[in-house]
Design a protein around this ligand. Sequence first.
Ligand code: FES
Length: 448
Amino acid sequence: MHTEAEITITLMPDNVTVTVPAGENLLRAAHAAGVHVNSSCGGQGTCGKCRVLIKSGSVQGGKTEKISENDFRRGYRLACTSHAFSRLEVEIPAESRLHRGVLDLNDTRKPTGRLASASGMEILPEKGQRSLVVEKKILSVDPPSIENNMSDLSRTLRAMKKQHGIEHIGVDYHVIRKLSRTLRDGNWKVTATLLNEQPGARLQTRPSARLVNIEQKNTADRHLAVAVDVGTTTVCGELIDMVRQEILAGASDYNRQMRYGDDVISRIVFAQKGDGLSILQRAVVDSINGVIDMLLDKGDADRRDISHVMASGNTVMTHILCNLNPEYIRTAPYTPTVNAMPPVRAADLGISLEEHAYVSIVPLVASFVGGDIVSGVLASGLHRNKENTLFIDIGTNGEIVVGNSEWLMTASCSAGPAFEGGGIRHGMRATFGAIEEIRRHMNRSCSP
Ligand code: FES
């Protein structure tokens, strides 16, 4: 049922119909319908990427220098500058759509099977600190007696100190809530999941670890984590078996923030409008949740066994993921809110994992030098080499680092518009139609 002030718009080829207030612009109508239309500039009317074809009905606006006279006569308009006042049928042409098939191609190229670098995890901790961010410990807790009726929590922490030498442990409320039942149902044999303090995120000396989960019996064999690369354009994840140090599955999706602009500046601008920040935060969390669903499916794994998510991304992406205002990253003197974010409960960010799962964010360096380049340095180990090494990460936000074990220098630039056509006519995203590889034949000719 819709009022006279509302109209219906049918979007093809998905054949999705949405009811919007009369006068709504077509880009926002497509967003409301959950239909993607490319919009590099985030609806500013400057990129010309949001072309749509009006099949029936008429719109107001949409005529700019980005649409030729000929195309205008054929019914092409810019979605972000066209307003609907009557029932419409609108075609989203191929050049304005996303092609997820390319992501599926990438997901099939996962022959690694093991963590990329044998030294990938143990290089993170400083001397004397425990090595994994999240670990499971099996505990045998003394049952209470009339002579010893100290609380369940006290005896659990005492067992941790006696059996594993770990003390000064903070405890999550949800653990306390289920502690007495778990201890008794497990016949005083339990598995405790500890979240260890991370190097770089050290906010205080104590506690050194946090008890985030307690399970009956021995579940140490079921210990999974997810690594997520939160890119400006794509979100890629891997499901990791922490016991066997194996990658069980890989999956990726487009970052659903793309509909609000292609580059980090457009996203910052959008975040400053109304509830823009929470819209962007929900969009990236939806993408991460979709990737986790795919990982669980491909890895035939149980969501409850995931205790940790390690997320890496540029400064703007990680700020938005953590619901932090990215505004001051863009304006002089270019200040991020935080360089080393303490771990956050996944559920607090909207990530669909159990209440014991935490998200750690790879620390960032500066406003436009983020956790993705830090991850690259750690994974490649260039900070331990005596020789100078140059490392380049060409993403939508491009970052570069050069140096050795004594010094490192870094810089960044907006690479997406240069390579992906965000702000130029001749350029495109890495999708169908883009040249990915060139082969040189014996007769010296080349083919894409
Ligand atoms: S011109 Fe419409 S989104 Fe850029």
